[in-house]
Design a protein around this ligand. Structure first.
Ligand code: ATP
Ligand code: MG
Length: 450
């Protein structure tokens, strides 16, 4: 297995000092699956103060942030290597350095406390691979399976329920039957898990490559932490645009947008305002007037409850609010769309629009062509550095005051009117023309004031 030299050096230093040390958990799973780990987590027999002293003595920067939890971070070249003392069921260390048989017991005990077989392997160049729970076979079969009895493991820590869904989504694995049954029978345990921990797993879940299947299979489980989605499940839209219930449509939309948590969440929640806005017309067709705005509030509320940062909550909420906005494919409309949506969110807004359409009945897919045109126009407008804001105008407040307009709100109104005229396409964003236009407005106002 490929391990970079800087990480090998950390393992070797621990071993030379008489400790046992292995890569454990995530990095071993990633290496076995042929990927390059993002984190290099090491499990070692040294206690944190020993780990810290050893690496400081060898000239490595050491961060002692996790001392209480047994973790020390060592900076080795560009990598932050986390070294955690073996954890086991009880306090069985008598203070002596145990012999090597004891060490093996320690690492296996450490692995036995881990959540899933695929996450419960250890490796070191010296000892090779330790796989006491069949992680290799489960990786080969693409299976998420608890280490030990699933119900017990979920009762110990309800977050593992979310983690099972997260890994199934991220790795594209199936959840083994007993584990899956326990997820359903113990799902209410999730209610007691801290929102921050749920949030971290949720972000990875929705951005995973198998998110569609996991979201479709486990709405009842997600509904413990996001009860707002439950009314969407099975909700018949009674509308020819739709071939799916609201939940299925939402999940399909989410799987059709780029795999980033914020855009995925916006697509997943884009129709969350539909159930309370449902109304049937005389022909028996369902409508949902006002649902984007209602949904934007619902999404903001649930993201805040899950302690998402403000930026994400506001962005997702904005994308939900604007998911039904349909600017024409004309320069004028797209200029306004750029202002309304904002240049920074435009690509994500387009992505959500497209994701939504892709999850509609096949005969409505032609709307995608219009969006392609909107995107091309937006690129042109931005490329030409066209005027979209007051600050883009070729004149400013000082120029307006030099025309004899006294400082005050009138200056702003004149600038707004200039911008309006430029956006409408009747006026060029050229200094002379703008000054003429502004002077005309000043004249008009002066007459009216007399
Ligand atoms: P990622 O690549 O996303 O970081 P990871 O497997 O490293 O995945 P972490 O959350 O970083 O996941 O956890 C590191 C390891 O710690 C896991 O591989 C697993 O062995 C163990 N672990 C983490 N959380 C739990 C938990 N709640 N219960 C049991 N073991 C856990
Ligand atoms: Mg990790």
């Amino acid at each position: 297995m490929y391990i970079p030299q800087n990480v090998k050096t950390v393992l070797e230093l621990l071993e030379k000092a008489g400790f046992e040390a292995y890569l454990a958990g995530g990095p071993v799973r990633d290496l076995v699956m042929g990927g390059l780990p993002t984190d290099w987590d090491i499990a070692a027999s040294s206690i944190p103060v020993e780990t810290s002293a050893l690496f400081r003595l060898n000239g490595f920067p050491v961060i002692e942030t996790g001392l209480k939890h047994g973790t020390v971070t060592v900076l080795s070249d560009s990598d932050a290597v986390e070294i955690t003392t073996f954890r086991a069921e009880g306090p069985y260390s008598d203070g002596r350095h145990p012999d090597s048989v004891e060490f093996i017991k320690d690492i296996v005990a450490d692995l036995s406390r881990r959540d899933f077989t695929v996450n419960a392997m250890a490796y070191s160049p010296a000892a090779g691979l330790l796989d006491p729970f069949g992680g290799i076979v489960d990786i080969a079969d693409g299976v998420i399976r608890c280490v030990g009895d699933p119900e017990e493991r979920f009762r110990e820590d309800g977050l593992r329920i979310m983690r099972a869904l997260r890994f199934a989504s991220q790795l594209g694995f199936d959840i083994e039957e007993k584990t899956s049954d326990a997820i359903r029978s113990e799902k209410s345990l999730l209610a007691a898990v801290s929102p921050e921990r749920v949030q971290a797993e949720l972000k990875k879940l929705v951005a995973g490559r198998n998110a569609e299947q996991v979201l479709l299979d486990y709405p009842d489980v997600l509904g413990i932490v996001i009860p707002e989605i439950l009314p969407l499940v099975g909700f018949d839209q009674k509308n020819p645009h739709h071939i799916y219930d609201v939940y299925t449509h939402s999940v399909k939309a989410a799987s059709n947008v780029p795999a980033r948590p914020d855009v995925r969440l916006a697509a997943l929640f884009h129709d969350i305002g539909k159930p309370p806005c449902f109304a049937l017309d005389e022909q028996g067709i369902g409508h949902f007037y006002g649902h984007p705005e209602v949904g934007a509030e619902t999404a903001r509320g649930l993201l805040r409850r899950l302690k998402f940062d403000n930026r994400t909550a506001e962005k997702v909420s904005k994308l939900v609010a604007l998911h039904g906005y349909r600017p024409e494919a004309s320069e004028k409309s797209v200029r306004r769309a750029l202002i309304k949506v904002g240049e920074e969110d435009f690509a994500d807004w387009l992505a959500v629009r497209r994701g939504d359409i892709l999850a509609l009945a096949p005969e409505y897919q032609s709307e995608l062509d219009g969006l392609d045109e909107v995107e091309r126009l937006a690129i042109d407008i931005l490329a030409e550095g066209e005027c979209l804001r007051i600050s883009d105008l070729a004149i400013d407040g000082k120029d307006v005051m030099e025309l004899g307009v006294p400082e005050g709100p009138e200056v702003g109104r004149i600038l707004d009117s200039c911008l309006e005229a430029v956006l409408e396409g009747g006026l060029k964003n050229v200094r002379e023309e703008l000054l003429d236009h502004a002077a005309g407005l000043r004249g008009g106002d002066a007459e009216r004031d007399d």
